[in-house]
Design a protein. Structure first.
Length: 152
């Protein structure tokens, strides 16, 4: 992760900042997510029933894929010198484009779109994030992610 001065943010706009390592989305992870969210739809947890669907097997919840963004962001977004903390500020847009089959691997590709100092020492960074599925052209999801960085 590049660590830069806030004055350098402008030069990063429109540039890809980083790409994460691949993360496996296995059936055990999907089952645990189903338990946490109480979303036990068969397409996620019943491997036999799911074989009869157009997917040919179980798929991850779209929200599971989205919830992996913090993991997929480690080391792939900008760090600001003097950072006290970073806060997930939400999303302006999320689109689920392709299901993630159980056992697939995903990774995040981050591009800085904007950086605005909202208050002295508080920077709102906007990233376009593409979550790719290994070996598949269409990404799992695209999102506009917002991160508030507090610099001390």
């Amino acid at each position: 992760m590049p660590v830069i001065k806030p004055s350098e943010l402008e030069s990063w706009k429109g540039k890809e900042v980083g790409v994460s390592d691949w993360v496996e989305v296995g059936q055990d992870r999907i089952n645990k997510f189903a338990d946490c969210t109480e979303d036990h739809q068969f397409i996620h947890i019943d491997e036999e029933k799911a074989k009869a669907t157009p997917f040919g097997g179980t798929i991850a919840h779209g929200l599971l894929t989205l919830s992996l963004l913090p993991k997929l962001s480690y080391g792939t977004t900008l760090g600001l010198e003097g950072t006290v903390m970073g806060i997930n500020y939400g999303f302006d847009k999320v689109r689920f484009l392709n299901p993630v089959r159980a056992g697939s691997k995903v990774r995040g590709r981050h591009t800085l779109v904007d950086a605005v100092e909202k208050q002295p020492g508080r920077w709102l960074l906007t990233y376009n994030v593409v979550v790719e599925i290994e070996g598949i052209e269409t990404p799992a999801l695209i999102a506009t992610s917002l991160v508030m960085i507090v610099v001390g």
